[in-house]
Design a protein. Sequence first.
Length: 59
Amino acid sequence: MDLEERTLEKTGSRCEVCGAKLTPQELQTVLESGGPALCTIHAAELEPALEEEDAEFGE
């Protein structure tokens, strides 16, 4: 079994939700965060949901 840590070095060039082509800044954000490939609009929609989850768990 391979337990070596792996990093995200390459990501899709399109938003996983709407299929829009990602800008260079959006691609950089995806690489830095290790998160899903999302355009700015869909990434912004995800942020409030994450904040609500943090509030529920008292973080």
